[in-house]
Design a protein around this ligand. Structure first.
Ligand code: PXL
Length: 280
């Protein structure tokens, strides 16, 4: 069985980061080790939350894994909370990355043109320079990409394919081998991903219907599914399509229940769909 280690916070309730990565990756038949970077009562979109920083655990846990000969088929990072964590994660890549394993970075820190609480444009630039630069695959949304590159953010309906390609060129210019932009909408009513393989120069894209509802944690559902599918032997294009479709199915499921939560999607209910796709 393949083993991923996911490095991000654990928001105890709220369906994002590790409470999304663990169940989805496990359901896909892949082991999910975790390196929790912080414990929060709920994610930062809530009005209040507790926050206990676990930065000082990153080095000893990493060293202990080395000592025990623990190896990973993929290193998958998400939300990271400080410049120090960016440095430590970059060091983790040097210590645990090999020619055979995959470094997948979701620079989760912004959406809809805005950085999440507590982040600055300088932090976004550092996420690009220090962490994304060492990745095999990165999958920012357009907001995250524009902040990392210091380029203008354009909202849906206000950009064209040339803008998307320019962002992608900038992202592979950071050093990432492949860059995938999520939440790309080039035609009204559609939404999807647009990627660039920095080694071959080849662009690829996949579009689905745009659902007019925004939930926290959908980026984490997408990334967890994409890494899991890659570990199950799917190509990058197939993995991204499965991840995009499963995210849409999860959002549709969520909005079909009138009493749904505002903060996270009901991805659990669509596990049968995910497994059908992954086993196809
Ligand atoms: O990926 C979203 C996310 C993860 N972790 C924390 C967050 C958020 C989004 O707001 O606050 C702590």
């Amino acid at each position: 069985m393949k083993r991923i280690v996911s490095i991000q916070d654990i928001s105890c309730v709220g369906k994002c980061s590790l409470t999304v990565a663990l169940p989805i990756i496990s359901a896909m038949g892949v082991e999910c080790g975790i390196l929790p970077t912080a414990v929060l009562s709920v994610h930062t979109a809530f009005d209040s939350f507790t926050f206990d920083d676990l930065t000082d655990q990153i080095e000893p846990i990493s060293a202990n894994w080395k000592e025990n000969g623990v190896k990973f088929d993929a290193i998958y990072t998400g939300y990271l909370g400080s410049f120090k964590q960016l440095e430590l994660v970059s060091q983790f890549f040097d210590d645990h990355g090999t020619d055979d394993n995959l470094i997948f970075v979701d620079p989760a820190m912004a959406d809809n043109g805005q950085l999440y609480k507590g982040f600055t444009p300088e932090f976004a630039r550092a996420m690009g320079a220090v962490v994304c630069s060492k990745a095999d695959v990165i999958d920012p949304n357009i907001t995250e990409a524009s902040f990392m590159l210091g380029k203008e953010y354009k909202a849906d309906g206000n950009y064209d394919e040339a803008y998307v390609k320019d962002l992608l060129q900038g992202l592979v210019g950071l050093g990432a081998k492949k860059a995938v932009l999520t939440g790309v909408s080039l035609k009204p009513g559609t939404c999807g991903v647009y990627g660039l393989d920095g080694e071959t120069g080849e662009y690829f894209s996949y579009f689905n219907e745009l659902i007019d509802a925004r939930f926290h944690g959908t980026g984490d559902v997408f990334s967890s599914t994409a890494v899991g599918a890659l570990m199950r032997g799917k190509s990058l294009q197939d993995s991204l399509a499965i991840a995009a479709d499963y995210t849409v199915e999860s959002i549709k499921e969520t909005v079909s229940h009138e009493d749904h939560n505002w903060y996270g999607v009901d991805f659990e209910a669509k596990f049968p769909y995910l497994l059908d796709r992954i086993n196809a």
